[in-house]
Design a protein around this ligand. Structure first.
Ligand SMILES: NC(=O)c1ccc[n+]([C@@H]2O[C@H](COP(=O)([O-])OP(=O)(O)OC[C@H]3O[C@@H](n4cnc5c(N)ncnc54)[C@H](O)[C@@H]3O)[C@@H](O)[C@H]2O)c1
Length: 304
């Protein structure tokens, strides 16, 4: 039986990745400090163990990863505003945490690491490929790019197989009572509860939205299929939609109610265009997104 350690496994993406690995008969160990994740997101399962630990603390990490076939490193200060607010902590967790974990893996003889990076490492662009220029504008994007570079160096030095997933904008239902993640689910929640949608600027900014279970599938495939050395993959849907069109989709899916769109001032650091070329992940990981954004919105707004 295979065993995987998932840091940040109690979070939005992590909790779905945990389920994916359990379904595939893995034993799963979650390492999480529960700063944004919660225990209730995780299933009770005989092959799941959960440990509370802060990845910015090196001591103790080696014991967690010892004997694992792979480590999926998702733990991070994952919110852009939280990183802007506390830059030191953002680097401690998002950069030092990655170094701590990679070194623990090296000492414990765990060769395979999958790391969740972000589309925020790129400059603006349509159909961004993994070789497109990087130019993060946020603290969050900068921490992830530094962490990527560090993993690339450590992969050579320590002979690790490091796979970086540059994840685009994730949507997907989380359990009731938990906060919503990302603009898609925020719009749905606001449309249903308040009858309005708040759009930054004119809404012409274009994004690539991917369902959380597609991301979990990509993480699984990265563990199973990644070749050796250091590899970078975009994980998105490959489809762009403007925020204004997203608002229209949501309005159209609730025809019985007038949903007002409120335009707020544009955010200075908002990237205009960010859409993934996902051909590399398809070619090397066999990854193809299954979920459709329009269908998801229609199901969610009908109360599913
Ligand atoms: N959600 C997205 O749209 C998106 C897009 C691109 C990349 N990502 C990346 O994917 C990963 C998961 O994101 P998410 O959306 O699930 O966020 P999340 O905040 O729901 O999950 C992060 C998890 O990491 C844990 N964590 C935070 N700091 C920790 C620390 N110091 N030690 C141990 N655990 C810690 C949190 O408690 C939480 O369970 C992150 O690395 C994030 O940067 C997310």
């Amino acid at each position: 039986m295979s065993r995987v350690v998932i840091t940040g496994g109690a979070g939005f993406i992590g909790s779905r990745a945990v389920v994916k690995f359990l379904e595939q008969d893995y034993s799963v160990d979650v390492v999480d400090d529960f700063s944004t994740g919660d225990m209730e997101s995780l299933p009770a399962h005989p092959r799941l163990r959960v440990f509370r630990h802060d990845v910015s603390v090196e001591e103790g990490l080696e014991e967690f990863v010892n004997g694992a076939d792979a480590v999926v490193h998702l733990a991070a200060v994952s919110s852009v505003p939280a990183c802007e607010k506390d830059v030191k902590r953002a680097f401690e967790v998002n950069v030092r945490g990655v170094e701590n974990l990679a070194k623990a893996c090296s000492r414990a003889g765990v060769e395979r690491i999958v790391f969740s990076s972000t589309a925020a490492v790129y400059a603006c662009g349509n159909l961004l490929s993994e070789t497109s220029p990087t130019n993060p504008v946020s603290v969050y994007g900068n921490t992830k790019l530094v962490a990527e570079e560090m993993l690339r160096c450590l992969s050579e030095q320590e002979n690790l197989c490091t796979t970086v997933l540059r994840i685009f904008n994730v949507y997907g239902r989380v359990r009731p009572g938990r906060g919503v993640y990302g603009v898609v689910d925020q719009f749905i929640a606001d449309a249903l509860s308040k009858g309005c949608l708040k759009v930054f600027g004119d809404g012409s900014q274009v994004r690539d939205f991917i369902h959380v279970d597609d991301v979990a599938e990509a993480v699984f495939r990265a563990v199973v299929n990644a070749a050796g050395g250091h590899q970078v993959f975009n994980i998105g849907s490959g489809q762009g939609i403007s925020v204004a069109d997203l608002a229209l989709l949501i309005q159209a899916s609730i025809p019985a109610r007038k949903i007002e769109v409120i335009n707020l001032p544009a955010r200075p650091a908002d990237i205009r265009y960010s859409v993934a070329d996902v051909s590399k992940a398809f070619k090397h990981l066999g990854f193809k997104p299954r979920f459709n954004l329009k269908t998801y919105i229609e199901q969610r707004t009908r109360g599913w």
